[in-house]
Design a protein around this ligand. Structure first.
Ligand code: FE2
Length: 370
């Protein structure tokens, strides 16, 4: 083993991939005495090759003695980064706080403890993870309903804005491949675009496959549900997702510079989904790449500059005005129905048998928002 001969595993059938944007990882795990290679993000889900040593002290001490990785002088391999820890298990996608985590959660590895997120992601979580960070509030309890109504009603703002964005990611109009970005606050320069974005996903809509400028991010579901497909790397050649996960109300997921960075969101539900996303560069990120790269309808890699469809305060006010108009219209319709019924019942010519009166409320009952 301690010589310059190459190690060839005759049983291995996987290896290099001929796709644009591909990169690889290699994990040396002295504790578990295991070598693993993979494609794209360094995680078990993308592993393509594992070599398990027969555990013994000499192998362990050899692996522990490794101090550096050197490339051959004429190597075409371009090192990207050195990660401290070996790849050992599947990365949990759902975040839970200390108050929520159980012993079973830790043992099963299904949830990411908030405390295990990066310092930056924990900071983001602290901003949007609180109990009062809700879409529907006492002063506007029908905010979610108002958004849904605005999405499906021609002439209202969400409907028209989505229509106008039908060519955002494609040359040919594709109304399903877009969503609304409602921003909270200003761009402080420490994130791609404005750091806090409320995203609105109509039923059936989806994003292109995209990355996040190498930033940290935390995403919380404020209403409805969203399906997230994760990809090992961003490629114009098309890559299959290695994981698909569904997130419902109040679920929180995360993105780091090296994990969960490439994804596609899709609303597979029957009503609008509303999420809050927040982004921030790591403190050691001196590049501050201000774009999300994405794959467009022709399969080309493009830059997307995270923009804003409207400021949150203005949007909430607009949705309230649209919803108030709906309520006023419904109230007027109710009043008109009531007037007609009252007129019929009070008419001396009314032939409506008294025993039918009990069902009247069903005739003129609330049919709003259908
Ligand atoms: Fe995204």
């Amino acid at each position: 083993m301690c010589n310059e001969d190459g190690f060839i595993d005759d049983n291995n059938t996987s290896g290099l991939i001929d796709k644009i944007g591909v990169y690889y990882w290699f994990s040396i795990d002295s504790k578990n005495q295991r070598l693993i290679a993979g494609v794209g993000e360094a995680r078990m889900e993308t592993a393509i090759y594992t070599y398990q040593f027969t555990p013994c002290k000499s192998v362990k001490s050899f692996l522990e003695s490794l101090q550096s990785v050197e490339l051959m002088p004429n190597s075409t391999v371009k090192p990207l980064r050195l990660l401290r820890d070996p790849v050992t298990w599947t990365v949990p996608l759902y975040v839970k706080t200390m108050e929520e985590l159980t012993m079973d959660d830790i043992a099963e590895g299904y949830y990411m403890p908030k405390a295990n997120l990066s310092a930056v992601s924990q900071q983001l979580y602290e901003s949007i993870g609180g109990p009062n960070f809700q879409l529907d509030t006492p002063e506007f309890p029908d905010f979610a309903k108002a958004i849904q109504h605005s999405i499906v009603t021609p002439g209202l703002w969400c409907y028209e804005r989505l229509l106008a964005k039908a060519t955002e990611f494609t040359k040919e109009p594709n109304p399903a491949e877009t969503y609304l970005r409602i921003t909270l606050g200003e761009n402080n320069g420490d994130s791609p675009g404005i750091p806090y974005v409320m995203e609105i996903w109509p039923a059936g809509n989806y994003s292109p496959v995209h990355n996040h400028g190498g930033a940290d991010a935390v995403i919380r579901i404020l209403h409805g549900s969203i399906q997230v497909s994760l990809f090992p790397y961003l490629s114009a050649d098309g890559v299959d997702p290695f994981a698909i996960a569904d997130f419902g109300f109040d679920d929180v997921t995360w993105i780091s510079p090296t994990l969960n960075q490439v994804h596609q969101l899709r609303n597979v539900g029957t009503e609008a989904c509303v999420t809050i996303q927040c982004y921030m560069y790591e403190s050691n990120d001196t590049r501050h790449y201000d774009y999300f790269d994405y794959i467009d309808g022709d399969g080309s890699k493009k830059q997307y500059e995270p923009d804003s469809d409207m400021d949150f305060v203005a949007f909430k006010s607009l949705m309230k005005a649209e919803w108030d108009a709906v309520e006023a219209s419904a109230a007027a319709a109710d009043a008109a129905r009531m007037a007609i019924i009252t007129s019929i019942l009070s008419s001396p010519e009314s032939r409506l048998p008294r025993r039918w009166w009990w069902c009247l409320p069903r005739w003129w009952g609330d049919t709003r928002h259908e």
